[in-house]
Design a binder for this molecule. Structure first.
Ligand code: 4AD
Ligand code: MG
Length: 439
């Protein structure tokens, strides 16, 4: 087989579009996913990142050396395959390749991930290789689609992307989960949320969003917590809590519809029941905190009024609804300093969480922000936050303050639900967990 460096790339066909080449001779560049042999025939499962396809090598039709190579090539060896595309209605990709030639570009010996079962720790230690596996591959392709859908929705809705910094001098979501670092002799923290900066960009652009990594030094080892996760945060000037709930509802429906439209094959690989996803249609129920507490009690879940919901509370709550639902007006005491109080009941905040059904729980947190200067100063003091660090933020209330609201959606929590996974760790290429930051 002739290889011509860069020229090979241009000539290679991607497996995802092979069904457009039926009857033609093509070149594939990829890796050996799996191999089966029946003596006279070798079945090579080849992957190239865009998909996998079965390549059939028939001994009687091939030069001896080519067939011998087909019998020697090992799992995850880098290979180039030349062959003729045949329609095959039984194959997942709808096609098969009749192999004509095989080049081993680079061997792979004793690949650590075999088709047998491996424990989660072993797989996480080999995450750099694990992402080549079919299920992980499907999850990360859906991740790509979810992120693209977030951007498409907001871009079409008139939002300006204005990203927030990663190094910050102050807390946004409470001081207990801050990651401290040294900024040329000054204390700095990795951002917990871009919200405060987003409020500034919303006052500049009317509607803005940031999308980036956020960090929480959460000491909790649960299936919902990552130390580093990605959040998309839209913020809207002149918006109220009700406006935000409508925005979240449209946003989530759009994302789920996009996944259903374009990622059916991946959902199938994950054995995800799509019926609950097809029910993700507006309107989503709006449940007050008070009502939610009542539902918990009815379900026999022990719960102390005035607390925030824990993971189990959320799971129990989701049993009562067949689609995502809002819980709104949490007690102000359990929420962040920036939350605006409910004028109808000062003990409550104009906040909302969106809980995903099927036991998943919170995927979105948001609400209306305190827009009054004096009240905001009081809150900062009550939360024992350093006022100097918030001077710039207070300026937003000094110079043309308006009611405004927004929310943050955690990409990984949303994906865990959409993909129907047990644990959030599989939804990010390289998870950062409590006591784990390798590879
Ligand atoms: O509810 P949170 O803490 O809200 C905020 O950070 C607001 N400042 C957002 C805003 O209004 N602009 O976080 C928002 C979302 C959660 O609903 C959840 O989906 C995700 O971020 N999240 C996490 N995801 C994974 N691991 C963690 N440790 C997470 N903490 C929050
Ligand atoms: Mg929250």
């Amino acid at each position: 087989m002739t290889t011509k460096g860069a020229g090979m790339n241009a000539a290679a066909t991607r497996i995802e579009s092979l069904n457009q080449n039926i009857g033609e001779e093509v070149l594939l560049q990829g890796w050996l996913y799996n191999r089966r042999s029946s003596g006279k025939i070798e079945f090579l499962q080849v992957r190239d990142g865009s998909g996998t396809v079965q390549c059939v090598a028939v001994k009687s039709e091939l030069p001896e050396a080519v067939f011998a190579r087909c019998g020697e090539v090992t799992q995850e060896s880098a290979i180039r395959v030349r062959g003729t595309v045949r329609e095959d209605k039984r194959a997942p990709s709808g096609v098969e390749l009749t192999l004509l030639d095989l080049e081993i570009v680079a061997p792979s010996t004793d690949y650590p991930i075999t088709p047998k079962e491996h424990g989660p720790d072993y797989l996480l230690n080999h995450r750099h290789l694990w992402i080549r596996s079919q299920r992980q591959h499907a999850v990360l392709r859906i991740r790509h689609t979810v992120i693209q859908a977030c951007r498409d929705f907001l871009d079409r809705d008139g939002f300006i992307l204005a990203d927030a910094p990663i190094f910050t001098p102050s807390a946004c979501e409470g001081t207990t989960t801050l990651f401290e670092t040294d900024y040329f002799g000054e204390k700095a923290y990795l951002t917990q949320s871009g919200q405060l900066y987003n409020e500034a960009t919303a006052m500049a652009f009317g509607k803005s969003y940031c999308f980036g990594p956020t960090f929480r030094a959460e000491k909790s080892k649960t299936r919902r917590h990552l130390i580093e996760f990605w959040m998309v945060e839209p913020e809207v000037a002149y918006a109220t809590l009700d406006d935000v709930m409508v925005l979240v509802e449209r946003f989530i429906s759009f994302i789920v519809a996009r996944v259903l439209e374009t990622r059916r094959a991946e959902l199938k690989i994950l054995e995800r029941d799509v019926a609950p996803l097809e029910r993700v249609q507006a309107p989503f129920p709006r449940v007050s905190y008070e009502e939610a507490v009542r539902v918990l009690r009815e379900k026999g879940q022990p719960f102390e009024d005035g607390n925030d919901f824990g993971g189990t509370d959320e799971t129990v709550l989701t049993e009562a609804y067949d689609r995502p639902f809002f819980v709104h007006r949490f007690p102000a005491a359990v929420k962040a300093f920036y939350m605006k109080r409910d004028p109808a009941d000062e003990r409550l905040s104009l906040s909302c969480d969106l809980l995903a059904p099927e036991g998943y729980g919170e995927i979105v947190g948001g609400g209306e922000r305190e827009d009054d200067l004096d009240r905001l100063v009081t809150r900062i003091r009550e939360h024992e936050l350093p006022t100097e660090a918030f001077e710039w933020y207070l300026d937003l209330r000094r110079y043309g303050s308006v009611p405004h609201a927004g929310f943050g959606m955690g990409i990984e929590r949303t994906l865990t639900w959409i993909c129907g996974l047990e644990h959030v760790r599989e939804t990010i290429p390289f998870p950062r967990l409590l006591h784990r930051m390798r590879p």
